[in-house]
Design a protein around this ligand. Sequence first.
Ligand SMILES: Cc1ncc(COP(=O)(O)O)c(C=O)c1O
Length: 379
Amino acid sequence: MNLNHLPFNKPCLAGRELEYVAQSIKSGWISGDGAFTKKCQSLLAQRLAAPGVLLTTSCTHALEMAAILLNIKPGDEIITPSFTFVSTVNAFVLRGAKPVFCDIRPDTLNMDEARIGTLISPRTRAIVPVHYAGVGCEMDVILNHSKQHGIPVVEDNAHGLFARYRGRLLGTFGQLSTQSFHETKNISCGEGGALIINDHALIERAEILREKGTNRSRFFRGQIDKYTWVDVGSSYVPSDMLAAFLLAQLEAADQIQTRRRTVWEYYYQHLQDWAASCKVRLPVVPPHCDQAYHMFYMLLPSLEKRQAFIVHLKARSISSVFHYVPLHLSPMGLQTGETSNLCPVTEDVSNRLVRLPFYNDLTEAELERIVMAVKDFAL
Ligand SMILES: Cc1ncc(COP(=O)(O)O)c(C=O)c1O
């Protein structure tokens, strides 16, 4: 093992994870919906002022639940960015929907809200914005379209827990929103997620879908005397051991966010002048957005430079990564999506974007080493 190596991501403990996981094991309840799950859900519900929060096994599964809850069926269309993780779209394609890909804004890399109007059709059943890097999409415009056409919004908020758009927390705008607690996210339990239900009318069915299509949650609460199969569904309930780990992180959310803000600001301050002098673009955060400090990315001048940059850092034992390969150009995107829309900004950004190491425990010395290696790259 190279002790000098700086990974792109590292799971970082907030402090009480082992204690809580041990408590969970000792309690004798390690399946789902035990005391720790309930604590995580009420903490999230309180922080987000959300009527319903259900922990799930992943953000992918929360998105799948959202698609089922909205009764998405073959022939329906959803409007979604192409510049996103595959799960944003896959969840809806699984139900037979056709993704209509929306290009992104060149500044925030969020869905370009000015294009949504031209993509809406009588078959549109959901708008699915992704708050890229935890910087809010232009929700005023998106919600206007939603209201005007009666189309629900599902926010993929995998990156944006505790970030705000015009003062309002991300994840509280759509009828439904989804969170990720994957290892790479600010708050994590390895693999996990949550469905945030902002529409009261969807809460009871969401519980049923999550419990294999049964009304077991009502049975556990003593509201019925036996439970049975009442709807479609699957197994989206995480183990309470994972919820125990997650609770330790959620309770430390403010410290984690402060720490990540320090990392993000270190990069920004120390790379700002260098970037301006060599046509590298740093992240743009509009003044009306309070970001989540989820990642630090840069746009290099070309694909060739980006690839050479990753090799350059690797030679100095520093990992950096790129993403997303545009979904509209992927084999599944071409097969299932609307192919007449062009997404030139997505294609350009996908070629030039690189993400620097980002985790809570990055020390100032490590940050300094990364910044020096970055500036050492011949552009
Ligand atoms: C935008 C976005 N949506 C959804 C997901 C899926 O999250 P999970 O791994 O929790 O299923 C990710 C994962 O990185 C993501 O970046």
